[in-house]
Design a protein around this ligand. Structure first.
Ligand code: ADP
Length: 501
């Protein structure tokens, strides 16, 4: 394992999910990748995660000593284990079986355990205490989503003494829809009091994300457009005013993608490999998928792919309603997704009604198939209502597959609109989300495919050359950490000067 550079910027990254140890969604991907990219850039980044039951202890080492965590009913004793991500990135696991030795991370059937406030307040407090346990003081603690949004609050409320008084905090919002809202009387479980709980109340409830937004040194979200959108009533989920109040400290930084796992030159899930100079093998991928899907093996018809959770957020209800008109166009569609039972049903029915036009793999999760669809499709449909960052459009661009997407959040930031006069752009974007607008934009893409194939080729090559790697994102995070640390320390420096005789 590599050792930590002596004078490197120290960051403690606190999260409730981290791939490959424990994950349910995008937060887990970011937590498994961003700290590694930062470490590769020379920062001393370490990760904190609960020791969930699903984590394989065989890969970990138990550290000597006890981590004492102040809780609402006295000090609790936790154990600490250590594992590793790539690039010698340490991951510290908080071992407290009463809260974390459970079958699931958040609760059964996508729901929540009744004591999630206590569990994640504990994680946040334990992360702060861990810095003392390790005798390692970070310059920045980086919290993620509501589960660890109390980290900035605890730092601000309880750590007024050096050295942690000099530690800045960053809070990243991965999805503003999840805020950690609890009954106001549960404040007791956070260990905060009237004097220390500034910002936690929202419309008569506790709101952990709101408290974090108010008290973190800096707030980030996962794309520049989403950073602007969440300051409006349409996208802010009730926190738009609180975000506007922090507008000058709010930044959008695009997530990266894993460019090793998602590489059309070497992807082991594909029957053939290609790059931006030779798309020939992309045709082979298309033919193979058409066979796998039971669709006719035609190179002269555009293939539209969909890989997503089948939910309202992803606009899948609108896509389902647009299908009858879409199939007036000469196109084929392959869809892989699971989610809302009603939406699942509508795609299954569509597949029965138009068996030669659409194949729907519904209800399961299939990673290999998602790679094959990315490689085989000519277009990928992403009509999301909102999309904080989105990954699929970046995978698509890398695989020479042109996104047809709603101009929102990270989709708007990563896709350049096609210009039919010049052939510029990397995809097809639209604004209003209705079956008609979806049909119109798909029609525009499909007619371009038939009538201006040279533009399609140029757009593919352009998309494939874009840099969506984590190292690009990590550079921006590093700048943000440095700025947050300086800004946080500035008032203390002023105090110190004032204290001089
Ligand atoms: P979100 O995190 O909101 O679901 P993202 O686009 O950020 O959306 O990430 C979703 C990821 O999950 C993408 O990589 C997508 O390809 C993948 N995915 C979604 N549904 C499935 C499925 N049924 N099978 C395989 N991969 C899927």
């Amino acid at each position: 394992m590599s050792t930590s550079p002596q004078h490197a910027l120290r960051v403690l990254f606190v999260t409730s999910e981290c791939t490959p140890f424990a994950m349910t969604g995008g937060l887990g991907d970011v937590s498994g990748a961003l700290p590694v990219a930062l470490r590769e850039q020379g920062l001393d980044v370490r990760v904190v995660l609960p020791l969930y039951r699903s984590v394989d202890r065989g890969q970990l080492e138990e550290l000597p000593g006890t981590l004492l965590v102040p809780t609402w009913d006295g000090a609790a004793s936790a154990r600490v284990w250590r594992g590793w991500l790539r690039a010698g990135t340490p991951v510290y696991f908080i071992d407290y079986p009463g809260y974390f030795d459970r079958p699931l991370i958040y609760g059964p059937n996508g729901g929540a355990y009744g004591d999630n406030l206590v569990r994640f307040a504990f994680l946040s407090r334990a992360a702060v205490e861990l810095t003392r346990f390790l005798r390692w003081t970070p310059a920045v603690m980086h919290a993620n989503d509501w589960q660890t949004a109390l980290v900035p609050v605890y730092l601000d409320a309880f750590e007024r003494a050096w050295p942690l008084s000099a530690c800045a905090s960053v809070l990243t919002i991965h999805n503003i829809g999840f805020q950690g809202v609890f009954p106001v009387e549960d404040i007791v479980f956070t260990g905060l009091t009237n004097g220390s709980s500034r910002g936690i109340e929202h419309w008569g409830s506790l709101n952990l994300l709101k408290a974090g937004i108010e008290r973190a040194t800096a707030v980030t979200t996962v794309s520049p457009s989403y950073a602007r959108e969440i300051q409006t009533p349409q996208f802010g989920s009730g926190l738009q005013e609180d975000l506007r109040a922090r507008a000058s400290d709010l930044t959008g930084i695009l997530n990266g993608i894993d460019t090793v796992v998602w590489d059309p030159r070497s992807d082991p899930h594909l029957p053939a490999h290609f790059d931006e100079r030779s798309f020939e093998a992309k045709r082979e991928c298309k033919a193979a998928l058409q066979r796998e899907a039971g669709l006719s093996e035609r190179d002269d018809v555009p293939l539209l792919g969909v890989i997503t959770r089948l939910t309202h957020q992803k606009g899948m209800d609108v896509l389902a309603r647009a299908l009858p008109r879409l199939f007036e166009l000469d196109l084929q569609m392959v869809l892989l997704g699971a989610g809302d039972p009603e939406i699942e049903q509508s795609f299954l029915e569509a597949a029965r009604r138009w068996p030669d036009r659409i194949r729907a793999w519904v209800g399961g999760y299939d990673n290999g198939l998602s790679h094959r669809i990315e490689a085989a499709s000519d277009f990928l449909l992403m009509p999301s209502r909102y999309e904080p960052c989105g990954l699929n459009q970046m995978y698509s661009l890398r695989y020479g597959t042109l996104p047809i997407a709603r101009a929102t959040g990270g989709l708007d930031d990563t896709i350049e609109q096609y210009d039919e006069r010049t052939g510029a752009g990397t995809g097809f974007k639209f604004h209003d989300l209705t079956p008609t607008t979806l049909f119109d934009v798909a029609g525009w893409a499909v007619s371009t495919w038939y009538d201006r194939p040279q533009h399609i080729r140029q757009m593919r090559a352009r998309g494939m050359m874009k840099d969506f790697s984590w190292s690009a994102a990590a550079k921006t995070y590093e700048q943000l950490y440095v700025a947050a640390s300086r800004r946080h320390r500035a008032p203390h420096a002023v105090d110190a000067v004032r204290a001089l005789p």
